[in-house]
Write a protein of this length. Structure first.
Length: 256
């Protein structure tokens, strides 16, 4: 190798190893766009939006100019998704629960305040839940006691609403079970088994009723055909309003 070529090879920036992420910045009209670039064995450029920001995966052979052109071409979608992710992160942060004296939880669409000390009791007029724990109780102990109470209230209420709407819809369910799902509110099986997320207890009673009716209606129609929605509308004519509100519902973050 000639001296000139050797010097060029020494001075040329070393390319990152395949799969090693590199932080990059692209200046757009809206401002600087920061992203993490990773070269991977793939055929095209891919974009992922996560809580940590924008991640770009590209084949090793794709030039940086081509990656930036792809980013500019998708900038409207990318910026919109980044805004949505930031809003989601802010809502999740705001929904974190203080597991101690004065902490607040949504219960049936209203705010329930956690109280320590004294006897365990529910004070609906004051919207307070007295857990019967000492003031020095740890966060995990407070959370476990509060969630156990909520789950118990959920089962009792859901049983009552299922019985009510089973009569109204002329169906018979065989079993009610609870899940901890945060995105799938409920399910129904052909054998008559109904499964509901106990997290529904955080929401307005009208939304709980909508989910109950929705699942019981599946015992008539195991699909989402016009006939299914006619069954739902037979006992809940304004179900579309509840359906939309359910899509927009936000749950508290229950982690410590």
């Amino acid at each position: 190798m000639s001296l000139t070529r050797r010097l060029r090879s020494l001075l040329r920036p070393e390319a990152p190893a395949l799969g090693t992420p590199v932080r990059r910045e692209l200046l757009l009209e809206a401002g600087p766009l920061h992203y993490e670039l990773r070269h991977a064995p793939r055929r095209s450029i891919g974009f992922t939006i996560s809580p940590s920001g924008l991640k770009v995966s590209a084949p090793r052979w794709v030039a940086q100019a081509e990656i930036e052109a792809a980013l500019r071409g998708k900038q409207d979608w990318i910026l919109r998704k980044l805004d949505e992710q930031r809003d989601r992160s802010h809502r999740q942060q705001a929904a974190r629960v203080l597991w101690g004296e004065g902490g607040q939880l949504p219960y049936l669409g209203q705010t329930l305040t956690l109280k320590l000390g004294g006897l365990a009791r529910y004070a609906p007029e004051a919207r307070e839940l007295h857990l019967g724990l000492p003031q020095e109780a740890g966060a995990a102990q407070v959370r476990d006691a509060a969630l156990a109470w909520l789950a118990g209230r959920a089962r009792a209420l859901f049983e009552q609403r299922c019985r009510h709407y089973a009569v109204a819809l002329s169906v018979r369910y065989t079993r009610l079970s609870l899940s901890q799902a945060q995105t799938r509110w409920g399910s129904a099986s052909a054998n008559g088994s109904i499964r509901l997320s106990w997290r529904l207890i955080h929401l307005d009673p009208e939304l709980i009723d909508y989910v109950v009716v929705h699942e019981l209606a599946h015992l008539h129609e195991m699909n989402h055909s016009p006939r299914f929605w006619a069954v739902v509308a037979s006992v809940m004519p304004d179900y579309e309003s509840a359906r939309q509100r359910l899509r927009e519902a936000a749950l508290p973050t229950l982690e410590l």
